[in-house]
Design a protein around this ligand. Structure first.
Ligand SMILES: Cc1cc2nc3c(=O)[nH]c(=O)nc-3n(C[C@H](O)[C@H](O)[C@H](O)COP(=O)(O)OP(=O)(O)OC[C@H]3O[C@@H](n4cnc5c(N)ncnc54)[C@H](O)[C@@H]3O)c2cc1C
Length: 418
């Protein structure tokens, strides 16, 4: 083989896609991975089921999920967006299904099947994989990347693609090494912080509530009394606080609010009901269960395991009988269910965050090719870039699209140069 030689550092979602695409374009590709296995983080994704993309069809809406940085992805998504991603996996025998919130999962099996498709892709292209090989340093001469120093070895190439991920879940191998390589190449690295991260609360949930998944609730974040963000959906109560989609999606704002002000969370357990409707509903239930103690009157209104948490916070004594509960107490209870107060203390940190926010400054990366604007034969793809999305398949889609763009461009431009 005589194609250009491309070195890809990191065998996660972005690195596997980049390596496979570069090889498909005729490059000789070496993929360097510090773990023994490829795709360690992919294996954990979507609780092992891998929510590989979103079925959102409108490109503008899809990109708006990444916030103001979404426009950076326009070109990469136009070339290899969600539809092409699904075609790619389907052509490798992976059938998918769409679940709630337009989340796309493999129809059968889970993450392992996604990884197998990608391993099939790199094998088909004859990619050489160096496993258990950690990249330590990047050598740059006269504005060009020349070689990567690996533990016990060096590897030269015509172009280099860095796909080392962020700093989240470091036990999967993503320990932020790529930021060092980027800085060495002269890139600005925006301070990496945990995102999509569980939240620690001051309050402790009673034992029964821990592990409870609340559906159709709404969570509002206030900073110094002013609403910062609000989400509706699923919330998981845990021994340390809260997790699940809405807590994760709000975690960046929560983390920021905790460090810079007085942060409060308001949990609405009955967002579909107005205060008046809820008060009337409480009244009806108390009538129905007259003669029973307050704590036993709530079983139609709330999940059984959540009742102790509400009773604990309510001003009504738990053993007060339904018929003796006053109109003020009923109103107060309705208020508690609509505005259950929680005090966030901070995020659980990189060990538990699904993604990393921050990374290689996008202003220094060409959005069409993922090529560095500083070092001409250096590329970045995946979570190492300063862009992240909400839960729902957005983060993996960003990896597929940027990985594909980097592999494609590195192979074609290195080909022209060699
Ligand atoms: C628990 C969990 C669940 C998730 N679920 C979903 C989901 O369902 N849907 C979704 O869209 N996103 C999900 N994500 C996020 C998504 O998995 C990541 O955004 C994505 O995997 C990042 O891919 P990447 O290729 O950029 O980096 P990574 O997957 O982190 O891969 C980087 C690779 O580089 C290797 N590496 C690092 N440094 C070096 C070095 N110096 N030398 C050699 N190799 C190195 C690492 O070992 C690693 O294998 C989840 C994340 C977690 C943690």
């Amino acid at each position: 083989m005589s194609g250009p030689r491309i070195v890809v550092i990191g065998g996660g979602a972005a690195g596997l896609m980049a390596a496979g695409r570069a090889a498909e374009r005729g490059a000789r590709v070496i993929l360097v991975e510090k773990n023994q296995t490829l795709g360690a983080k992919l294996l954990l994704s979507g609780k092992g089921r891998c929510n590989l993309t979103s079925a959102e069809e409108d490109l503008e809406t899809f990109l708006s999920a990444y916030g103001s940085k979404g426009k950076f992805l326009y070109s990469a998504f136009s070339r290899f967006g969600p539809a092409r991603t699904l075609e790619f996996f389907a052509s490798r025998g992976l059938r998918t299904k769409v679940e709630r919130g337009k989340r796309v999962f493999p129809e059968k099996g889970g993450s392992e099947r996604v990884i197998n498709c990608l391993i099939g892709y790199i094998r088909q292209g004859g990619v050489t994989v160096y496993r258990n090989r950690e990249a330590l340093n990047l050598e740059i001469r006269d504005g060009r990347a020349v070689r990567f120093i690996l533990r016990g070895q060096e590897v030269e190439g015509d172009a280099f693609i860095v796909c080392t991920g962020g700093k989240s879940f470091p036990k999967t191998g993503s320990t932020g090494d790529g930021y060092r390589f980027a800085k060495r190449a002269g890139h600005e690295v925006i301070q990496p912080v945990p995102a999509l991260c569980p939240v620690r609360l001051k309050e402790k949930w009673p034992q029964s509530a821990r592990g409870l998944n609340l559906k159709n609730v709404s969570l509002t974040l206030l900073k110094d009394g002013i609403v910062v963000s609000r989400r509706f959906g699923e919330l998981l109560l845990t021994h340390f606080g809260i997790s699940g989609p809405i807590a994760m999606d709000m975690s960046r704002d929560i983390g920021e609010a905790c460090t810079s002000g007085n942060a409060t969370l308001i949990l609405d357990l009955k967002p579909a009901l107005t205060m008046d409707v809820l008060t009337a509903r409480i009244e009806r239930d108390l009538k129905k269960y007259a003669g029973k103690m307050f704590r036993d009157c709530l079983k139609d209104l709330l999940p059984r395991d959540l009742i102790p948490a509400v009773v604990e916070k309510a001003t009504i004594p738990p053993d007060k009988r339904g018929e003796y509960i006053s109109p003020e107490e009923k109103r107060e209870l309705a208020c508690l269910l609509k505005e259950f107060p929680l005090t966030p203390e901070g995020l659980l940190g990189f060990d538990w965050s699904i993604v990393t926010s921050g990374g290689v400054d996008l202003r220094e990366i060409d959005p069409g090719t993922m090529r560095s604007k500083i070092v001409e034969n250096l590329y970045f793809a995946g979570e190492i870039l300063d862009i992240d999305g909400p839960t729902g398949g957005y983060n993996l889609q960003m990896c597929w699209s940027t990985g594909y763009a980097a592999g494609d461009s590195a192979a074609s431009s290195a080909c022209l140069e060699s």
